[in-house]
Design a protein around this ligand. Sequence first.
Ligand code: FAD
Ligand code: NAD
Length: 479
Amino acid sequence: MTEQNSDTAHTSDRGVEQFDLIIVGSGSGNSLIGEQWADRRVAIVDDGVFGGTCLNRGCIPTKMYAYPASLAAASADAARVDVQLPAGRVDFAALRDRVFGRVDAISEAGLRFRRDEQEHVTVVAERARFTGLRELVTDSGRRLRGAQVVVAAGSRPTLPELPGLAGPRVHTSDTIMRLEELPERLVVMGGGFVGAEFASVFSAFGTQVTQVVRGARLLSAHDETVARTFTRIAAEQWDLRLETQVAGVEDTDDAARVRLSDGSTIDADLVLVATGRTPNVDRIDAAAAGFDVTEDGVLAVDRFQRVLADGEPVPGVWALGDIANTWQLKHVANYEARVVAHNLENPERLRAADLDPVPAAVFTRPQIAAAGLTEAQAVARLGADRVTVKEQGFGDVAYGWAMEDTEGICKLVADRETGRLLGAHLIGPDAANLIQPLVQAMSFGLDAHTMARGQYWIHPALSEVVENALLGLDVPAPL
Ligand SMILES: Cc1cc2nc3c(=O)[nH]c(=O)nc-3n(C[C@H](O)[C@H](O)[C@H](O)COP(=O)(O)OP(=O)(O)OC[C@H]3O[C@@H](n4cnc5c(N)ncnc54)[C@H](O)[C@@H]3O)c2cc1C
Ligand SMILES: NC(=O)c1ccc[n+]([C@@H]2O[C@H](COP(=O)([O-])OP(=O)(O)OC[C@H]3O[C@@H](n4cnc5c(N)ncnc54)[C@H](O)[C@@H]3O)[C@@H](O)[C@H]2O)c1
């Protein structure tokens, strides 16, 4: 990111640049600068690539890899319905250049717009850290003070302290999508969202993938049925080493040699470390300002997204996104940004961030989507007697027959007394879209029976799997 010397900021005698609003982080934070700020001074500070994680190295490029991966792997699905497709072959360089040709151009245009076309906005392409409640200093010593400050500084890949992880063949999600060429052999460390999506993508592209996971299942935070099913399907697609730890990586002449906890080694062209993300609380020096940090390592905020110090909201300081919540999802960051955008302007009518449940999808083969409580969480919260569960196979509805699907499951968890949906957990084709009406029902308090019988379901669409799952729950029909 290049820097602008803006003359829009007021500089006080002590050399402190004054702003009406300072935003730290150009990802979700960038969306805060609407028309309403046109007559005020705004600084947006970011030492990384303009636009943040989702655009440059997260949601968007990964899904631009995941969709071609689903096509590359389609021959097995096609064979089930008597269509012979050649095995997919990806032109990796063309794919990569297309993805980043698009993404980089959006990032650069976003930067140019803020820096060159908006006089009231100052882009500061540096790392900033707090020196006081609403005061920051950049690495070059620029001192900034805001009447209001929004912290949207995100998170970064976590690198466990293991020998060899600084080696040249070790990547994170930040770098793995910009490779010169498709690796022949890849070791993926970690069994969460990032590990699952990249193992799925690279195995579809023909890379020999070995995924090393310390637990007994992939996606272990998901409902057990989904996690178990996905783990089984993944093990059919690539080499999955469960209950295994990476002990270290050694760089040999022609490979990364990965040492495992059982004493064995795997030689690979590349290693992807996908062991979670660390909120950038340390990069902003939250401690210097006295901001509270939760046990999970994120900035503590109240329900209005106000940053807390000693349990009390700090006037004019807000936080949103990965640095302030443990979901680490873009739609959550976007929602929190909308809440903060309102609250910055309306101190007398603060809006709370209270949308529930938070859905998420994993864009693997097959897709996975979830919202609300897992069965285990529902039972722990309400007791087994109150909880009703239905697992509906995709293969049991008409479109599932058309697809000859044998694996998809729509699992619903509901309150037996009220009929309210508590959780939805889907694995199967198009799960990320199929879940949306269930999220809507949970968000608006629609009971399962009304949802199933209070509307038409298009026949014979795949959404009938949701209808049938709803009808299979042991819930009362409202009077
Ligand atoms: C591989 C991958 C795939 C993902 N896929 C999905 C998906 O499909 N769906 C989904 O919902 N979510 C997905 N996510 C998560 C999503 O990308 C994040 O939740 C979201 O981007 C967080 O936005 P943010 O605004 O909080 O932070 P970011 O977008 O990370 O922005 C923070 C910015 O702050 C800057 N910064 C940090 N510290 C400082 C400092 N001290 N001074 C100045 N600037 C600083 C950084 O350079 C960065 O640009 C994915 C994440 C990854 C890694
Ligand atoms: N489709 C999506 O919405 C999407 C896609 C990618 C990432 N994301 C977001 O990014 C976040 C980060 O993803 P992630 O996969 O890096 O994290 P994660 O928390 O989903 O998974 C981390 C994995 O690494 C393992 N692990 C952690 N420390 C380890 C260690 N020291 N040794 C071995 N294994 C270790 C964990 O057991 C887990 O399997 C996710 O929580 C998610 O919110 C979302």
